[in-house]
Write a protein that binds this ligand. Structure first.
Ligand code: TRP
Length: 349
């Protein structure tokens, strides 16, 4: 499991891949995904969605998973799941994911991919599962006991990546333990039964994490996130309600002024400007001027995306069709991989 040393190794490998991607896009299959627990927000957009679209347009084989089975790793309800899934497809399409180039699919619609779980589980020990720091953190945050699914979902994530022979996975640092486990599973499977699976690497984001409006990690549950799907008015309201501080002079100081700096970071990423330059410009204008500037920055940056999203909201049939076609393709790929796996294991009757 990763420590600082293996983090550095992962970063180096990621940098090397990033340099090679534009040269040899055909050598790469990307898979990544999201849990359909709500609307995607600006943190998702700048942290990963934008990068996925770039890989897609570079000619990398790109696959995006709506990880519906992961919803029940740390919560005990699937309420709103259908609505969340369709809305996630809308967010993807609006942000530039092109279903002719990128396969969009859901866990639950691809039985053969899920079946990889059985041989894969045999390749990991209980101790390896127990020491995954991300699983531990998620269990503590959920307030639930450790379920069998939460304990083993990193193995399921290996199924996600390996069923389509993904070899690059854009993820945040918290997901590195899962990539490490995927590498281990692939290596063990190949050694035991013959080479079926590729070597997988994380593709770490090279843009710094966009904080939420209060300076903490952007998260729907903190109420500090701006969703891609918000209207300009909802955006204005969310920004207006954000906490700044009593100091009139605007400065960029994430440590001591998380609220002001969260707004500046948001305005900066949306305009492509430096947050310090925006702070200097606003100066004694205070948080009122800062909020106005930030609201306009977000609403301008997302105007086109939101317009597209609006069109998809009014065409649910198309959204469903995109998902059905993605699921159909995913089943084809999963069936072929499972056939290879069974062949390698001698389970052909
Ligand atoms: N665990 C990821 C998240 O919480 C979602 C995910 C599921 C994923 N399967 C994946 C990411 C495979 C990368 C690869 O956001």
């Amino acid at each position: 499991m990763p420590n600082e040393g293996s983090y550095e190794v992962a970063q180096r490998r990621s940098d090397a891949i990033r340099a090679d991607l534009p040269e040899n896009p055909g050598n790469y299959t990307m898979l990544t995904g999201d849990r359909p627990t709500g609307r995607l927000h600006l943190g998702h957009y700048f942290g990963t969605l934008k990068g996925r679209v770039e890989l897609q347009n570079m000619g990398v084989r790109t696959n995006v998973l709506i990880a519906d089975y992961q919803v029940i790793t740390d919560r005990d309800t699937t309420d709103h799941i259908q609505d969340n899934v369709y809305n996630m497809v809308m967010d993807y399409l609006a942000c530039g994911i092109d279903p002719d180039k990128t396969m969009i699919y859901t866990h639950s619609a691809v039985p053969a991919a899920n079946q990889l779980m059985l041989p894969f589980l045999s390749l990991v020990s209980e101790a390896e599962l127990q020491r995954n720091p991300t699983v531990k953190a998620e269990m503590e945050a959920s307030g639930h006991e450790l379920t069998g699914l939460l304990l083993t979902y990193p193995v399921h994530q290996a199924c996600d990546i390996l069923f389509c022979k993904g070899n690059v996975v854009p993820v945040g640092r918290d997901q590195l333990p899962h990539i490490e486990l995927t590498r281990l599973i692939a290596r063990k499977f190949n050694n035991r039964y013959g080479k079926v699976f590729p070597e997988v690497d994380a593709l770490l984001s090279d843009t710094p994490l966009l904080p939420g409006l209060d300076g903490r990690k952007m998260s729907k549950s903190y109420g500090n996130a701006i969703s891609i799907s918000m209207t300009p008015e909802e955006t204005a309201k969310r920004i207006k309600k954000s906490q700044t501080d009593g100091e009139r002079m605007i400065t960029f100081d994430p440590e001591n002024r998380p609220g002001v700096s969260g707004l500046l970071s948001t305005a900066a990423i949306c305009t492509g400007r430096d947050p310090r330059e925006i702070a200097d410009e606003i100066g004694m204008g205070g948080s009122g001027a800062l909020k106005k500037y930030t609201t306009e920055a977000v609403n301008n940056r997302f105007a086109e995306i939101r317009e597209r999203r609006h069109a998809y909201e009014n065409d649910l049939d198309y959204v469903k069709e995109v998902l059905h076609e993605g699921n159909r393709r995913a089943n084809e790929i999963a069936n072929a991989t499972l056939a290879e796996v069974r062949e390698a294991m001698g389970m052909v009757y």
